[in-house]
Structure formats: C-alpha cells, structure tokens
Design a protein around this ligand. Sequence first.
Ligand SMILES: Cc1cc2nc3c(=O)[nH]c(=O)nc-3n(C[C@H](O)[C@H](O)[C@H](O)COP(=O)(O)OP(=O)(O)OC[C@H]3O[C@@H](n4cnc5c(N)ncnc54)[C@H](O)[C@@H]3O)c2cc1C
Ligand code: FES
Length: 236
Amino acid sequence: MSKVLENRQLNEDFWLLKAACSDQPAPGQFYMLRSWTEYPLLSRPISVFDADADSVSFLYKVVGKGTRLFTELKPGDEIELGRALGNGYSPVHGKVAMVGGGVGIAPLYLAAKTALQNPDTTVDLYLGFSGTPVLEEEYRKVCTKLDVKVGGFITDDIEPKDYDVILTCGPVIMMKVLYRKCKEQGKADALDISMESRMGCGIGACLGCSIETSNGMKRVCKDGPVFKGSEVFFHE
Ligand SMILES: Cc1cc2nc3c(=O)[nH]c(=O)nc-3n(C[C@H](O)[C@H](O)[C@H](O)COP(=O)(O)OP(=O)(O)OC[C@H]3O[C@@H](n4cnc5c(N)ncnc54)[C@H](O)[C@@H]3O)c2cc1C
Ligand code: FES
C-alpha cells in the first residue's frame, strides 16, 4: 500500500493524484490502481504522469465508478499501486514530437521531461482538449514548443515530415489519423502509439486486453501499451 500525498481537481473532469513510491517507472508505463476493497472487482490501469525518487503522480479523468472513487482520496489515505507495468516508450532523441488527446496527454509529461534531458533533443508537444486545458504551464516547462488546441483536431497542426520520432497517446481515431498523415509523409515507422484496452489482470495472464496486430494477437498490458503505429494500424 502507498500513502496518498496529494489529490487535487484540475478542471471539471481531470484530477492529479500523487502517491508515495520509490519505483523508477519508465515513461509510458502504468500501474493498476485500487483504492477500494471489494467493488469494483478490477483494479484500474492509469499511466505514470510523473515520478521522482519518492513519489509517482497520475493524471486521471473521471469516467466511471473506479475513477470516481479515486476522487475521494485524501492525503494520508492508502492506495494500492502494485508495480510499474508494461513496456513504456523507447528512449527517444533528435527532433521529437509528442501528440496527446484528452487524458492521453498523461504519459507524455514524463516522456517529454525525460527526452529533453538529452542535449541533442528537441521536443514539440501537441496537446488537444475538448474542454478546459489542464497543466499547460507544467507541460510548457518540459518541452521546446507547446501547441495547445481546444476543440478541433490537434493532428491538423503537426507535420510528421519535420520529425525523427513521434509519440502519441489518446483516442484511437486520433492516433489513426496521425498514422495516416505519417504514412503520407514517409514517416510511418517514426510513430509509436500507446494503446488503451479494458484490462483484467494487467500482467499478461488473462488475455483480456489482447488486440490484433500485424504480428498476431498482442496483450496491451504486457506486450504494450506502446506499439509501433504500423503494427496496430496495418490495415490503414
Ligand atoms: C494502459 C492504460 C493506461 C491508462 N492511463 C490512463 C490515465 O493516465 N488516466 C486516465 O484517466 N485513464 C487512463 N486509462 C483509462 C482508465 O483505465 C479507464 O478510464 C478506467 O479504467 C475507467 O474506470 P472506471 O471504473 O472509472 O470506469 P468504468 O465504470 O469501468 O467505465 C466507464 C466508461 O468508460 C469506458 N472505459 C473504461 N475503461 C476504458 C478504457 N481502458 N478504454 C476505453 N474506455 C474505457 C467504459 O466502457 C465505460 O463506458 C488507461 C488505460 C490503459 C489501458
Ligand atoms: S489485462 Fe490480463 S492479459 Fe492484459
């Protein structure tokens, strides 16, 4: 069990939760969070937003029973985190773009912060929101250029040909549109996507999160959640 250090509401839907933890999770990894004993049955997968030597933070959107229960947590309460799961984004350098939609912006904070530590790397962040944007100033500090769009399509703003690597997380339709644009501009292999799927165990045992890829069925929790865009959108 971990101690909750902070849990604050950022806008109508988004909350930031910080818990004591001495793991060193990689950007793009996630934890199976649980702040209840019996119901709901399953823990909930939430990406690492940020981490330091003593804590890990999560940016979460309230969509149902589990995430609503997270909002009741107060500093000093206990939460079950388990351990960091999944593969995470591969280390990146060069001209990097990161494209997030909605709560899909969550894993890109630590990804950008980590990438920007390489002296030969620039990180342009493209964040799309349907409602009030959150944490704009925090994101600005971990990138070279920040583009925030409210409403509309954040994928309209990026030119994939300008980048060596592109990381994305968000609604599947957004990531698919981005993949098509990458492909048109000869950058299909530059795109890494973080997939979402309903999860049971989170550790590769139940197969409940499996998706079809060009290399057969893959488990989002264990083989992912990060995949090459071309592996998942191979029909495009
Ligand atoms: C690897 C991974 C990382 C994630 N990272 C984050 C994160 O950083 N922040 C965050 O807020 N959320 C994240 N999610 C999504 C989060 O796990 C779900 O929103 C959460 O489990 C919903 O639980 P609930 O009990 O509140 O909603 P439920 O009551 O279970 O469901 C409410 C509604 O949300 C839909 N829903 C639930 N889970 C998902 C899902 N995984 N994909 C699509 N629709 C879903 C349901 O179909 C239903 O309509 C992540 C999911 C995965 C797989
Ligand atoms: S959630 Fe059980 S195998 Fe992925």
